[in-house]
Design a protein around this ligand. Structure first.
Ligand SMILES: Nc1ncnc2c1ncn2[C@@H]1O[C@H](COP(=O)(O)OP(=O)(O)OP(=O)(O)O)[C@@H](O)[C@H]1O
Length: 285
């Protein structure tokens, strides 16, 4: 596993524990949607992975790096896109690239120019003269062009208009290499669902569900009906009927994953990694 978090405890000063015994591991090359309610701790977890906050106890590894050491070798391999992209300096996009690109050995200037063009931006413009959404596009383009092994994007679509969100999906999908691992934290499920191959749901201080989407569609069936099925693992009123999740039988066709329903099921404690995959393990025994 390229990212491994074990028994992580964390709290802000004079506050109760936000994470308690949090476990999480990710295979190399994952594109993960990190979902959670407001205040669940998504940003905090990304800051811990980036080494910008330190665990109270437990361990975090990204590859062979312990983020809190902030070693130069680690900093060359990680790019963190913060939710807040305020900028008060006087640099143009091109000047910013010259100064900051030097910190990333695999930075690709042509790639940067191409992604900026996809977003309709030019290098000569000053960063402080851009709107919040435009600045987000610049830092997103820069982040993708660093070609870092680890990319952490905190709410990357915040502030983007509807057409830009589809450019966002296109440029992210078109610029990732197989060995790069990307974590996108969001509470806007629709913005990432076509992009991710894995989902992690953070709730109540822990990653309650972490799964590959292919494995999930293998295990679970998402559907709707007028009556509530007896074997539903989770169901919600939907129009005059219900939408629900139940275990998928082997002979049944797979259905698209309804991430919003899955999210609600996890928050409702109807589903978790344990409940979905333990059954599989006990069947295999
Ligand atoms: N610097 C800080 N000092 C103290 N408490 C903080 C600090 N930053 C965040 N918190 C608290 O920690 C909790 C988690 O915050 P965090 O920003 O990580 O959540 P989030 O899941 O990213 O939320 P959102 O979806 O609203 O961005 C919240 O209760 C927040 O008030």
């Amino acid at each position: 596993m390229v990212i491994s978090v074990k028994e992580l405890d964390f709290s802000y000063r004079k506050k109760p524990l936000l994470f308690e015994g949090l476990q999480w591991s990710l295979p190399e090359g994952s594109v993960v949607g990190l979902l959670g309610k407001n205040g669940a701790g998504k940003s905090t977890l990304l800051h811990l992975l980036a080494g910008l906050l330190f665990p109270k106890s437990g361990s975090i590894y990204l590859g062979r790096h312990c983020p809190k050491d902030r070693s130069p070798a680690f900093l060359e391999e990680i790019f963190f896109l913060a939710d807040d992209v305020a900028y008060s300096g006087n640099m143009s996009i091109g000047q910013y690239e010259k100064v900051m690109g030097a910190f990333y050995p695999a930075f690709d200037s042509e790639q940067f120019e191409k992604i900026l063009t996809d977003f309709g931006l030019e290098k000569k413009v000053k960063l402080k003269e851009l709107s919040l959404g435009e600045r987000k596009k610049v830092f997103l383009s820069f982040g993708l062009s660093t070609n870092c092994r680890f990319l952490l994007f905190d709410e990357p679509t915040n502030g983007l208009d509807i057409p830009s969100k589809s450019v966002f999906r296109k440029v992210v999908a078109g610029n990732l290499k197989d060995e790069q691992t990307l974590i996108i934290s969001t509470h806007l499920v629709a913005d990432v669902e076509k992009l991710i191959d894995r989902v992690a749901i953070l709730y109540d201080g822990k990653i309650q569900l972490d799964a590959d989407l292919l494995e999930l569609s293998d295990r679970l069936l998402f559907s709707s009906s007028t009556n509530l099925p007896d074997d539903a693992l989770h169901a919600e009123k939907f129009g005059t009927g219900y939408q629900f999740i139940r275990s998928r039988k082997e002979q049944e066709a797979q259905t698209p994953i309804n991430l919003e329903l899955l999210f609600n099921a996890v928050l409702n404690r109807s589903l978790s990694s344990n409940s979905i995959f333990q059954t599989q393990n006990s069947e295999a025994l």
